[in-house]
Write a protein that binds this ligand. Sequence first.
Ligand code: ZN
Length: 509
Amino acid sequence: MADTQASYAELVKLKREQATLGSVSALVGWDQETYMPAGGADFRAEQSAVLAKLVHERATSPRVGELLDACAQDRALGDASPPTGASLREMRRDYDLATKLPGDLVAELAQTGSLAQEAWKHAREGNDFQAFRPWLEKMVELARRKAQCYGTPEGGEAYDALLNEYEPDARASEIAGVFEPLRERLSAFIAEVRDNGTPPDTKVLGTKISEGAQHAFGIRVLDAIGCDLNAGRLDTTTHPFCSGMAPGDTRLTTRYREQHFSDALYSTMHEGGHGLYEQGLPKGGELFGTPLAESVSLGIHESQSRLWENFVGRSSQFWTWAMPIAKDLFGGALGGVSVEHMTAAVNTATPSLIRVESDEATYNLHVMLRFTLERAMMRGELEVADLPGEWNRLMQEMLGVEVPDDARGCLQDVHWSFGLMGYFPTYALGNLYAAQIWETIRERIPTLDAQIERGSFGELLGFLREHIHAHGRRYSAGELCERITGKPLEAEPLMRHLASRVKPAYGMA
Ligand code: ZN
């Protein structure tokens, strides 16, 4: 089947060109957030638009469709060599996602989304849900049309079609099957901590540390956990992010607040975890541009960031290693602080109103609330007009928190205003995958605690490289989880993890 081999080779070449254009687009995007002078903004918008158009043309090119069809004729190409089969399967998925939406719907989503985002900004500032309501109604309607174009998977629901963009093959019903027990147990756990625990003293986190010292500490940690800063860099932005833009080039950003050094530390470790995944993907050789060099899903990507930020970074073992370094770099600012004190301070479980400011334990409840509401809106079981009331009721039920106004309630997130539905659950999926994988790692590396206390992270990173990063998109997120842990995703590991961290911090051990 020499012909199909040639077709596959042409596909790989086209995909590499598309990915190369995408990497240039990512580079100008990174520059816009970091060093671009304000005067460059207008032309930058034009540059970005031209590049986005070129990438989209490549992704939807009829030639790609022809080549995929030609390859599909050759069963041997799909079956004989599993990586090639997986590569073709995922290229087909990308092509279908890119071509199933009609151009006028894409344009309407972009245009209405941009206007709705403006409306949301004003509505949030003025705490005026009624001003945003018609825009959200339009965006929900557009999301429904989008789901219709993608098509509901067999036995599934419209929401699954949206979810599929971020978490391929995930089903809302399966996610609900994990979220529901987690939600009940987590709500009960947080109430138990509130009623029976003594909150740790967190004043230490407000110690004034200069930006330069925080930056030096962040770099030291990134270097220790294995981020290759010769193949990446760390800069400052308002909203931290990671862009694994090209082979040998992964950009991380963080932010510094003088009176909250743990914010920068954990943002840096979070983005560092994303960066380690990007650096571990096999982009170096011929594979760049193919699905075998790309990340599996947002949930798995987030599992990598959360693993380093929370499972490593908030452990007493981490602070055993990091505390002397912090004390040294911070010029004695943390003088009398013990490892136990610091560990307790970074493991709180305090219900609050705002998702992005919430702690590790309560964060997942914020996400599950949004999943419940957006799924109900997509199903037509919840009218947009009833959203604020339902939001406030669930906040009370799940977190025991009274919502004083919509600005701090259902208007707090930007996501829905530009039609991003089906995205929120990936945040909690990341925590769940991280917890389940972490338990397996602790079994497989019995000396892990001692290694972390020494600042030795190589065996841990090696495990992630071998079992997750190296595979690209060869396995789905669910398959990856089962291959590593022997089980489908479940709620128990995350509950065990949170109890093991929060109870000691609240004197409940
Ligand atoms: Zn993240």
